[in-house]
Ligand binder design. Structure first.
Ligand code: COA
Length: 155
């Protein structure tokens, strides 16, 4: 299940963000000092255009999903707790999270990040374009008809 982030999640998000695999997959690929993370987190908690969801399993925190509202689309970011990766849990959380927003959802991943690309494709995201080192995928919630998606691909 998912719930909105709370102040007590600050350290977990920092730990997961600084996991080496996440650092390597991030566009800002450096470990983030705690003070910098804390400033970002405190601001994010109050930001109406940022929705951070925490995945829970038997009361354990297993990952996070973030939606940044850019007006005509949301950008999604997923980071599973290192011990809970590769078990289908990210896929479950991602599917559940889509019900929290409405409209166009974009995922931007490093184009060499095959795991994330397959992850988003498996969840029904469609490849849109590549810009420099970034591959962009999109989906809609609620889902739209395949024919419309086909036409959107051509835009
Ligand atoms: C990428 C990430 C979110 C995937 O979550 P996960 O819980 O590990 O993924 P799941 O177990 O639900 O796998 C779903 C699908 O993703 C793909 N996938 C996941 N991990 C993969 C890996 N290491 N290699 C290749 N494909 C992978 C597979 O297609 C998989 O389906 P399958 O097992 O039926 O083949 C997670 O591994 C993670 O947090 N990584 C670090 C942060 C990151 O890179 N975030 C993405 C950028 S937004």
């Amino acid at each position: 299940m998912l719930r909105k982030v709370i102040a007590e999640d600050k350290k977990d998000l920092w730990d997961w963000r600084n996991d080496p695999v996440t650092v390597a997959n991030s566009f800002d690929n450096r470990a983030i000092p705690f003070e910098e993370h804390a400033r970002w987190f405190d601001k994010a908690l109050k930001d109406d255009n940022r929705l951070i969801l925490i995945g829970l399993e038997k009361k354990k925190k297993i990952g996070m999903i973030r939606f940044d509202n850019h007006g005509d689309y949301y950008e999604i970011s997923v980071n599973m707790a290192p011990g809970f990766r590769g078990q289908g849990k990210g896929n479950q959380l991602l599917k559940e999270s889509l019900g929290w927003v409405k409209g166009r959802i974009l995922a931007r991943v490093k184009k060499e990040n095959r795991a994330s690309i397959r992850f988003f494709e498996k969840a029904g995201f469609i490849f849109k374009k590549e810009i420099d080192s970034c591959a962009e995928f999109e989906t809609y919630w609620p889902p739209i008809k395949p024919k419309i998606i086909e036409n959107l691909r051509k835009i």
